[in-house]
Every structure is written in C-alpha cells, then in structure tokens.
Design a protein around this ligand. Structure first.
Ligand code: ADP
Ligand code: TRP
Length: 338
C-alpha cells in the first residue's frame, strides 16, 4: 500500500523521507460487520448500524458480511433467502459501502466461518451459551430454540475473529454478541496461545435504539418500522401511523424519530411553530426522511443482478484468502494439522 497513511507527516513513507526507516506507518483499524438477510431494512438498521459503518469505512479497512447462515436459524424459504441475499448487497452499496475498497461477501461462501465456529463451540460451555439474550428470549416465550440459535454467538464470534477485527459497528442489541466474541478469543488464546485479537463493539449512543412508530425499539419483529428503501408513499404511510397522544402539545414519538434527521435548534423552532399540528409535523418528517433516503434509493435501483453477482464473487474470493490464512494457523494450534 503506497498511500500516505499518516496525515501529520506529508512525506512519510516516500523514498528518501528522513524517518522512513525508523517510524512504522500508522495501522488502519480493521472493521467487521454483518447483516442477516432476513427482510427489508428499516431506518433503525440504517441509523443504528449502517450509517456509522459507511462513515468508519472512510478511514478503516473493512469487511461487511451477509450473514446467510445466521438467517437459516429463522428463515426456511429458499427463494426468499436468495432474494434477500441480493437485497442486502444492494443495501450495502446503496448506503455508501464501496465494493472496490471494502469486502462485501456471503458468510456461506467462506466455509472457514462454520469451521472455526465448531472449534469455538468446543471451548465454551452450555451454561455460558444459555446466557445469550436471543436464546433466553425465545425460551421465555415458550418457543423451541433450534440448536443453530443456541450456538449462534459462536458463529458470530468466528465471523469477527477470523479477520483480526478491531471494531464492530452495530446497534445496541448486538453488544452482547460482540462480548461473546471477545470471550471466545480469550478462551482460545488461553488454551492454545495468542491467536485472536479482542474486538470492540462500536455503538453510537444517540442512535443505539431508534424508536419505532409505537415508541418502542424499531424492529421488524414488532411491525413498527419505517422502511428504509420503501417508496415515498410507504414511508408516508408508516410515518402517519406513528402513535401520538392527542392531549400532548408536542407529538413525542414523532419528535424522537425526527431528532435523528434534523438538528435540535431547527427542530425546536419547527415544533414551536406547529404546536398541536400533528399532520404538518408528520409531513415535515416524511420530507426530511426522503431527503436522506431518496438519493440512496436511486443508487439502489441502479444496481443490476450482474453487479450483485460480481460483487459477491470478488468479495468471497478476497475474504476466503484472509480466512484461510487464519484457519491454517488455528488448525495447527489445535493439533489437527499433522
Ligand atoms: P430487527 O430488530 O429489525 O430484526 P436486526 O436484528 O436485523 O433488526 O438488526 C440489524 C442491525 O441493525 C443490528 O446491528 C442492530 O443492532 C441494528 N438495529 C436494529 N434495530 C435497531 C434500532 N431500532 N435502533 C438501532 N439499531 C438497530
Ligand atoms: N447478529 C447480527 C444481527 O442479527 C448479524 C451478524 C452476524 C453480525 N455476524 C456478525 C454483525 C458479525 C456484526 C458482526 O444483526
């Protein structure tokens, strides 16, 4: 890499620079994140996870993964899964991930993920995995969790650890999973010697939990979402359904979403001017969402099926090369390479 890695030393690294032999170039941080191809994105996914991913990728090296094997824990419809996988590639590119720089790839195209997950599964105990929220919530609802859901945290740990990841940009609900990845790294390193970096989650406080149309966390499981790449009409319909208290002066649920799109001062003037006029405030919110989403929607529509295939083929190859290097070391350390 010949790019100038250190902005404070303009000539750093160039031939003949006085310090080039003694100062090591600043290492770029390595970023890893993933999304399950389990349905259309909503603005909570964008503000909580995707937006900061694209911002961090300006200065970090990164991999963004389509977690298709994770999605199999819930999704059993092959044609829907296929469609969703292509959809996530389009989503990533539309929000600004550059496939020439970042590696965009499918989890299933790098078998080293499930291979490492097995090794990590053999290092952790059943009670340790029983603490995972996703598993506990399912059991609390009286539902049967499949074994894939139970071991989900170790597959996610494998995703992250294979690439010497420093940071994992996610929404607050994924914090525990990144903690599991850290603990898995420590357990492996303690048992077999220093191998994995301990990754850190990157959660933006202001958007850690984006509220939905009912004021609770926006989630596709609660049917309270505002679609990210819906048509303007669909966004309008979702915004009009935001629950408001008819006695209040200001519609709190509208404001709590609106403040994520406009600065506080402008917003307080707007809400003062329109005291009690919920329809006008909701219309203003639709326009503010559209100003952000419109250009991304247009970019998304320009991505062809062939573009998607080419991005995945290239990303898969680049990810496999890195993952195999790490797994060769892991196989050797655990003793299966003879
Ligand atoms: P959902 O809850 O709708 O099923 P996912 O679990 O697929 O969403 O989340 C994908 C990513 O988006 C994760 O990093 C998650 O933390 C983030 N995310 C999801 N919902 C929100 C939200 N309401 N606020 C902030 N981030 C969110
Ligand atoms: N569990 C994440 C979610 O549901 C998706 C995911 C899988 C992921 N592997 C990952 C996120 C690795 C970050 C890093 O949203």
């Amino acid at each position: 890499m010949s790019a100038n890695l250190c902005p404070h030393f303009p000539s750093f690294g160039s031939a003949g620079a006085p310090f080039s032999a003694t100062i090591l170039p600043m290492q770029k941080q390595r970023l890893f994140t993933g999304l399950q191809p389990s349905g259309a994105l909503h603005i909570g996914n964008y503000l909580g996870a995707l937006k900061q991913t694209t911002e961090l990728l300006q200065s970090a090296e990164g991999l963004v993964m389509i977690a298709d094997y994770h999605a199999l824990t819930t999704l059993k419809d092959p044609s829907e899964l296929r469609e969703n996988i292509a959809g996530v590639v389009r989503d990533y590119v539309a929000v600004g991930v550059d496939p020439k720089k970042a590696i965009i790839f499918q989890q299933s195209s790098v078998p080293q993920h499930t291979e490492l997950a097995w090794i990590l599964d053999c290092l952790v105990t059943v009670p340790f995995l029983m603490q995972a929220h996703a598993y506990k919530d399912k059991v609390a609802k009286g539902l049967d969790a499949n074994a894939g859901l139970f071991t989900y945290p170790m597959l996610m740990a494998a995703d992250i650890l294979l690439y010497d990841t420093d940071i994992v940009p996610v929404g607050a609900d994924q914090k525990q999973h990144v903690e599991y990845a850290r603990e898995a790294a420590v357990k492996f390193n303690t048992a077999f010697g220093e191998t994995f970096k301990e990754p850190k989650e990157k959660i933006l406080d202001a958007v850690a939990v984006v509220p939905g149309t009912d004021g609770k966390k926006m989630s596709k499981s609660y049917s309270n979402t505002i679609p990210l790449f819906g048509t303007k009409d669909e966004i309008q319909k979702a915004v009009m359904s935001i629950v408001t208290d008819s006695k209040a002066e200001s519609p709190e649920n509208v404001y709590n979403i609106h403040r994520l799109f406009r600065d506080r001062e402008e917003l307080s003037a707007l809400y003062k001017e329109n005291k009690g006029k919920y329809k006008a405030l909701k219309d203003a919110l639709v326009e503010d969402i559209e100003a952000v989403v419109g250009p991304m929607r247009a970019r998304r529509e320009s991505i062809t099926d062939n573009d998607v295939k080419a991005i995945l083929a290239d990303g898969g190859e680049r990810a496999r090369a890195q993952a195999e290097k790490k797994m060769a070391d892991v196989r050797n350390k655990v003793g299966v390479t003879i």
